[in-house]
Write a protein that binds this ligand. Structure first.
Ligand code: 48F
Length: 258
């Protein structure tokens, strides 16, 4: 029995890895914006994998605000809750409360169920850059990185990489730190997120979602960080709308050919 269990697991896992060495899209970061984008891309039949450094995807959504595990969504994003079957309660002023655990687990379930290959416990440590084009990511186990073990990584390739790493915008960070690149929007890339302003932050994270370098898109809080916009705290409509916008833009680019 032990042999069969181990054999089934290794066969299944290596099949998944082998299938996703080449992807249409690699999403780095399994917070709300990355997960929503992943579901939408998989529904558009794009071969999508998502790299999440923690054991549990979900990013900053599980904990609500100060561990009060309720989040707020504004009316503009309500259609996304409807589409993904997430319950909500009206609380006035065009705002709705949502159980953080229901919302987060639904986003994970829908991404996985739609066919996204989620690799958890795996970190993006670098990008693959070919002829001024981001063509994939370099990955290693989170514990290997944390322990500082000198172990070489593997690379996954793709037509598009999405930086959904939240506040640290790690993909853009490593690209600009290691390579003499000029981003498509020169005003972006300063990576100094501003203090709390919920309205401005919610607007900015959708506005600055997009293609920032050939082969590289940003969404969610990473879009705020890279554009020097405000943080917004425990309101998540902007994150969901940003993930949706990223999926729409990426799908349109890939439909037109690289
Ligand atoms: O931060 P996060 O939830 O990203 P998001 O989708 O949403 C932001 C909100 O949660 C919140 C907010 C809204 O009011 O301000 O912060 O923009 O999730 C980002 C995920 O990326 C993972 C990280 O563990 C988290 O789950 N991540 C970060 N760096 C890496 C990574 C990396 N190098 N490799 C893999 N995963």
């Amino acid at each position: 029995m032990e042999y069969q269990i181990s054999s089934a697991i290794t066969k299944g896992w290596f099949h998944k890895l082998q299938e996703h060495l080449k992807n249409d899209v690699i999403i780095v970061g399994g917070g709300p914006s990355g997960l929503l984008c992943a579901s939408e891309l998989a529904q558009a039949n794009l071969k999508t994998c998502l790299i999440e450094s923690k054991l549990a995807p979900g990013g900053g959504m599980w904990g609500g605000a100060m561990l009060f595990n309720t989040i707020v969504i504004q009316s503009e994003a309500l259609f996304i809750l409807e589409k993904y079957g997430i319950s909500y309660l009206e609380c006035g002023d065009g705002l709705y409360t949502v159980d953080a655990v229901e919302a987060t687990s639904s986003l994970i379930y829908h991404a996985s169920h739609a066919g996204v290959a989620i690799f958890n416990g795996v970190c993006m440590e670098d990008v693959v850059v070919k002829e001024n084009y981001v063509s994939g990511v370099v990955i290693n186990w989170n514990p290997v990185q944390r322990l500082g073990m000198h172990v070489d990584p593997l690379s996954l390739t793709s037509q598009v990489v999405l930086d959904a790493t939240g506040h640290p915008s790690e993909v853009v960070g490593v690209l600009t730190r290691k390579n003499p690149v000029e981003l498509l929007y020169p005003e972006m890339g300063n990576r100094s997120e501003r203090s709390m302003n919920a309205e401005a932050g919610e607007r900015a994270c959708v506005q600055f979602t997009g293609r920032i370098y050939p082969g590289l898109y940003i969404c969610g809080m990473a879009a705020c960080g890279v554009s020097g916009s405000n943080r917004m705290g425990p309101i998540f409509g902007g994150m969901l709308l940003s993930g949706m916008k990223a999926a729409r833009l990426i799908t349109a680019e890939l439909a037109g050919g690289k």
